[in-house]
Design a protein. Structure first.
Lengths: 688, 232
């Protein structure tokens, strides 16, 4: 759907038009939103919203139509008209989604209508079973746990999503005297933020202008897959590749897994696990030593490291053929608009250093702030991971974090505390179910955007069940505790003062809500100020497993289907074939052909992966593109990938590492291996 | 392709943009009420995805690459599925679509046997959605009962809607007015849909690219889906 059709659809469907507006595009055709009960049967309505399946914050439009449903009201079953959600599309006005949407975003409607969705609050009973409860009882139980805890013993764990809801959470925590919310140390991009701070002096995730680049080197960032903002970067990738006359941008991608970005790359640089740091240093050294690039913009320590670097040794350490590293550096040096993306889709001990050096390559290339280069973050990002070494909570709020994305060290905290959850969780002691994202009117600040962005709108479908907005629940808890939380400003209102052309706040808010957000081009660029004290030394030896008990490297990753694992229960995503193995209803353990041959393993054979932290079982997929000696498992499958990872953080950040030494054993039986396509059902991948 | 009065629908997919994300697969399910399938049914080869992503490895590690190819009904001009249907449940309409008349289908499955692209799916059972998932159903698309063959329609309901809207607005259909669900959602903007008889349409320009190929072209089925190959 393009912009014209979006306006047309919302306009014709609702009939009304806003008169006397200020001459902005769409003013004459964006309708006032029709209340749910006034929807005409058979007539569709389109409502702006924001996707909450990941922190990207894609603007969406949602098709709703009148339906009927039997609701229980005051103990009586009544057939009532409701607005039913039919389809979710990208909002063509939104600069992040641009009218596009990923599979997980599409499947969000199945979260709303999931048959197993909790119908109301629950409390864990003495037998350890979550049982139905009244809201009063559940709120009392939560309040008791909070009353019994000192302020230091209350922990609020939340996903790294910023917006109207997180503002309400902050107000609650402040009003009650609790510490600010913390993340579980996964999918909060702490590595990227630390790296950006070192390389550019920026707070937040840099904006990579790949759409205007002619050569992109990505080191560690699966930016087309589970990293930061997949739809946003997929759109930019499409434009880079074929959106310009006579320019086809090229992509090299370095990572120790054949990820989605590696699939799309012109060349995949299969780094050894942890070899990304050495690779980035090697590329930098080549740019200085062989291509005559200037090191003046670099921190002196990094410039010295690169000038003195032994390129061959670094390439060896990286695990990537030296000729390919030289090719990457050569193409960066000769490109008119080169850019290097630094990130860590799979966090390792040295990921901050790797991403920092990768980002600093942009300083050498002189592309900071330029078209096709790297720009300052659109917004700061201040979330931090919980310090599991210091925290001893007795009451924990668990908010928006999938169980599959909770690392072991955080699980230990949850096991020792009363857990108050807003979404279903195996850890919950008290479940205070929040409205579904499509039922709640919320506004999100996207994790990255081309400029200032707030995306979302008011609620437009009635809650199906006895759920409550968590903002209201927190307010009720504060009241029970005898505290008061300041009411945060309504979405959009706080930015009204800076806008021209609107008569008053109400008109501005109405306009923003009807178009699904407020987006502004960035006004001023921020120059880079790299930190001289950054991790600019030479690369330590990559984390190749030395102990003979664990000769392989295990790595966990965010899959195309399930993301952080939170999508694993949605029917459309469950039956989606894994892009590599074509496996449905589960995720396989990817193992390279040589290791598989040594074990005598074929597709579907059950394997046990053992690390110092634990063990899991999963069906094998013999992946011809798996890095030798590395086994990989996505989050959200029947095997609990994070159960293998020891409680360690990346150096210089609180992010949980996603990689560790491991060994693999045959279990001795095979599962049914449900592949959709027949391509390799009957053949064993061969390695020459 | 002969000039016809009616638009001649076709699709082009740029494999150089496609990232294999499968957003199109989910979009198709959401739009077309494609039945859910259980693992037990899937084990019997009864999984239904009107559009699938075929994956091809090329080379060996470390110099290995992969090519993803979204494959749906190719809407062939000389469709092998059509002449074998004993009840004329599938035929090519005047706009070049290989349409399936559900209430005429008697479930012989000859069409699926004869389709070289394996893109036809048979409903061995009546479809079932656990309550309240059925609230999401698209009312513009009929639910196919057990015993009936189904497949990609190029989102016929969207084509009909586009035509009706342009008629109401007393104007000609414009290129891009109609987008099947897979095309609309594609994050990398790798898909184009439109009238191949219009030389100015995006799909015509893409299909005319030097990178354009057709799947199993050698079979002479004259597919209406064009693939722009990867590479410079």
């Amino acid at each position: 759907m393009d912009r014209r059709n979006f306006f047309k659809l919302v306009g014709t469907a609702s009939g009304g038009a806003v008169a006397g507006a200020c001459g902005r595009e769409g003013d004459a055709i964006i309708p006032l939103l029709v209340p749910e009960e006034q929807i005409v049967p058979g007539v569709e309505e389109w409502r702006p919203s924001v996707c909450r399946q990941c922190p990207a914050g894609c603007g969406t439009i949602v098709r709703v139509m009148r339906a009927e449903r039997i609701l229980e009201i005051d103990g009586e079953k009544v057939r009532k008209p409701i607005a039913a959600v039919k389809k979710i599309e990208g909002n063509p006005l939104d600069p992040v989604s641009g009218g596009r949407i990923c599979g997980r975003g599409q499947a969000a409607v199945q979260r709303l209508y999931h048959p197993d969705r909790p119908r109301g609050p629950k409390i864990r009973n003495a037998a350890g079973v979550l049982e139905d409860a009244s809201w009063d009882a559940a709120l009392d139980r939560a309040s008791e746990a909070l009353r019994a805890a000192s302020a230091q013993q209350v922990l609020y764990l939340a996903a790294a999503v910023s917006g109207s809801r997180s503002a309400a959470v902050s107000s609650f925590l402040e009003g009650c005297g609790y510490a600010p919310a913390r993340t579980a140390g996964t999918f909060d991009f702490e590595v990227e933020r630390a790296a950006a701070q070192y390389a550019f002096g920026w707070n937040g995730i840099p904006l990579y202008e790949i759409q205007d680049a002619d050569f992109v080197l990505s080191i560690g960032a699966d930016f087309l897959g589970g990293w930061v903002s997949p739809v946003f970067y997929s759109r930019r990738f499409g434009h880079m590749r074929r959106g310009r006359e006579s320019i086809r941008g090229a992509l090299f991608h370095a990572e120790a897994r054949f990820s989605q970005t590696a699939w799309a790359a012109d060349r995949w640089l299969p780094a050894a696990p942890g070899g990304e740091h050495a690779l980035a240093l090697a590329v930098g050294a080549l740019l200085l030593q062989r291509h005559g690039k200037d090191a003046a913009s670099l921190p002196p320590a990094l410039a010295a490291t690169l000038r003195e670097a032994d390129i061959a040794a670094l390439c060896m350490q990286s695990g990537v053929r030296q000729s390919w590293v030289e090719e990457a550096a050569g193409r960066l040096a000769s490109a008119a608009a080169p850019v290097v993306i630094g990130g860590a889709s799979i966090v390792r001990r040295n990921s901050v250093a790797a991403a920092a050096v990768a980002n600093a390559l942009n300083l050498i290339l002189g592309n900071v702030g330029r078209a096709g280069g790297v720009k300052a973050p659109s917004r700061p990002l201040d979330t931090a991971a919980v310090d599991t070494g210091a925290a001893r909570p007795t009451a924990v709020f668990l908010d928006g974090i999938a169980d599959a994305a909770v690392p072991l060290r955080v699980r230990a905290l949850l096991d020792a505390a009363t857990v108050i959850a807003f979404q279903p969780s195996a850890h919950a002691d008290v479940l205070l179910p929040d409205h579904d994202a499509l039922e709640a009117g919320r506004v999100v600040s996207p994790i990255t955007a081309p400029g200032y962005a707030l995306t979302g709108g008011p609620s437009f479908v009635r809650p199906l069940y006895d759920t409550r907005a968590s903002e209201d629940v927190l307010s009720a808890i504060a009241k029970r505790l005898g505290k008061s939380a300041a009411v945060p400003p309504a979405p959009y209102e706080e930015i009204f003062a800076a806008q021209d052309g609107f008569a008053d706040t109400r008109e501005f808010v109405s306009y923003a809500e009807r178009q699904g957000g407020w987006w502004q081009e960035r006004s001023a660029e921020i120059s880079a100020a790299p930190d001289p004290e950054g991790p600019w030394g030479s690369a330590a030896a990559p984390g190749a497993p030395a102990a003979s008990a664990y000769p392989l490297t295990f790595q966990a990753f965010s899959s195309v289907q399930y993301g952080d694992g939170g999508g694993a229960d949605l029917p459309w995503l469950r039956q989606l074939p894994d892009p590599a193995s074509s496996l449905m209803f589960d995720l396989p353990l990817e193992i390279d052909p040589d290791a598989a041959a040594a074990l005598g393993v074929r597709n579907g054979d059950r394997l046990k992966v053992i690390s110092a932290a634990g063990s899991v079982e999963a069906p094998a997929y013999v992946n011809p593109a798996a890095v030798p000696g590395v086994v990989s498992l996505g989050l959200g499958g029947t095997a609990d990938a994070l159960a293998l990872l020891p409680p360690e953080s990346a150096e210089g950040a609180g992010a949980q590492i996603f990689s560790c030494p491991a060994r693999v054993e045959r279990v001795g039986r095979s599962d049914r291996f449900l592949q959709f396509t027949r391509i390799d059902r009957d053949e064993e991948p061969a390695r020459s | 392709m002969t000039e016809k009065k009616h638009p001649q629908w076709a699709m082009a997919i740029d494999l150089d943009r496609c990232t294999g994300c499968e957003g199109c697969v989910v979009a198709c399910h959401a739009e077309n009420n494609v039945p859910l399938t259980s693992p037990d049914e899937a084990e019997r080869g009864r999984m239904k995805h009107w559009i699938r992503i075929d994956r091809y490895y090329e080379g060996t590690f470390p110099d290995i690459r992969v090519k993803y190819r979204p494959v749906m009904c190719q809407q062939c001009d000389d469709a092998p599925c059509e002449p074998v249907c004993p009840v004329y449940a599938t035929y090519q309409n005047e706009e070049g679509l290989n349409v399936q008349v559900y209430n005429r289908c008697v479930g012989t499955r000859y069409c699926a046997n004869n389709c070289p692209y394996t893109v036809r799916y048979f409903n061995y059972e009546d479809p079932f959605w656990p309550e309240p998932l059925e609230l999401q159903h698209n009312p513009d698309v009929s639910i196919r009962p057990g015993g009936v063959m189904e497949k990609c329609t190029f989102c016929l309901q969207r084509i009909q809607r586009g035509k009706l809207e342009s008629k109401e607005e007393n104007r000609e259909l414009a290129d891009g007015d109609i987008q099947p669900a897979c095309v609309q959602g594609c994050p990398a903007e790798a898909m184009a849909f439109g009238d191949i008889a219009d030389p100015e349409s995006k799909v015509s320009r893409w299909a005319g690219s030097g990178r354009s190929t057709q799947l199993l072209d050698e079979l002479g089925t004259k597919p209406r889906v064009f693939y722009l190959e990867k590479g410079a």
